[in-house]
Design a protein around this ligand. Structure first.
Ligand SMILES: [Zn+2]
Length: 310
């Protein structure tokens, strides 16, 4: 299973177009040792002809164009991209679907609630139905295996399967109260666990850190891409850029009491990499003590172009 990080920042990217925080202005002036990052996007493959996108970022068009493996085949004329798995209905997770609208038949995997938010309230996504056949929405049941890529034969284990893990986040603010009342709350935000041969990969770019299940899923996985959005719980409040804490926004902060770095995971098993890093997060500064603390705690920090082989 190959995993490519096409984008590693939270919504807005890094630097963010309208932000003059210490990170963004330091990057622009060249005084900060940091990499530019596009908005979080991951692609997974078990064969050259089949890539699965995890979420669909607002930067998706440029991200696909930057990766030669994602180009359509000259021989078959087909794109290797036709499947997308969504973890939520957040704008940053779904906006890129509109970049995929060029008459490409798509299979979109998400919870029933996310499908309803996107198809019942947002008529813009109907452009995906112009393809032949129209976009097919596949419902991911919570906690059960669903096939993404069928095995090549009855006795082989080379297929790709996924399981949606409820993470107990909230629906995006844009969802109307009337629809929200009819949706199942535990379908709002999920982590995706992928299974290929005997390897497990857990993808949770929005991790509220509620309950215990997510920790055992990290511990049983060989590789985990986890929420690295904020360093502190009051990060945006302190910068006067918002009224909500990190936890209020569904992101377990990295530092502080019960922050992600304080959790004791099973030693030696899981390669843990932070993704979805907000432009305000001091870990973007590679000379910062916070960046060092993350590495010392046994985590890596994703960057655009990073690749993993499981
Ligand atoms: Zn900034």
């Amino acid at each position: 299973m190959r995993t490519k990080i096409l984008g590693s920042a939270a919504g807005g990217g890094f630097p963010q177009w309208n932000c003059a925080c210490r990170n963004c202005s330091g990057f622009r002036s060249g005084s900060l040792k940091a990499r530019a990052r596009t908005q979080a996007q991951v692609a997974v493959s078990t064969s050259a002809t089949n890539w699965v996108l995890l979420n669909a970022s607002p930067d998706l068009r440029e991200q696909i164009l930057a990766i030669p493996e994602l180009a359509p085949s000259v021989d078959s004329k087909a794109s290797p991209v036709s499947k997308i798995v969504l973890t939520s209905a957040d704008v940053d997770s779904v906006m890129g679907l509109l970049h995929l609208r060029e008459f490409q038949p798509l299979h979109i995997y998400c919870t029933s609630a996310v499908r309803r938010v996107l198809t019942e309230e947002n008529s813009l996504f109907r452009v995906l139905n112009r393809s032949t056949p129209p976009a097919h929405w596949e419902i991911l049941p919570l906690g059960r295996l669903s096939p993404l890529v069928a095995p090549s034969g009855p006795a082989t284990k080379d297929g790709l399967f996924c399981k949606a893990i409820p993470l107990f986040g909230d629906f995006p603010d844009y969802v109307s109260d009337s629809l929200r009342r009819t949706l199942s709350q535990d379908e709002a935000v999920v982590g995706i666990q992928l299974f290929h041969k005997d390897k497990l990969f857990f993808f949770a770019p929005s991790l509220p850190g509620i309950g215990e299940q997510w920790r055992s899923v990290v511990d049983e996985s060989d590789f985990a891409l986890l929420d690295g959005t904020f360093w502190t719980d009051n990060e945006l409040i302190a910068m006067k850029r918002g009224k909500k804490s990190a936890r209020d926004m569904g992101h377990l902060p990295l530092s502080g009491v019960n922050g992600l770095l304080q959790h004791r995971f099973r030693p030696g098993k899981t390669r843990k990499v932070l993704i979805h890093i907000n432009n305000s997060n001091p870990i973007l500064n590679e000379d910062s003590p916070e960046h060092r603390q993350v590495l010392d705690a046994g985590f890596e920090i994703a960057y655009d172009g990073m690749e993993f082989n499981l």
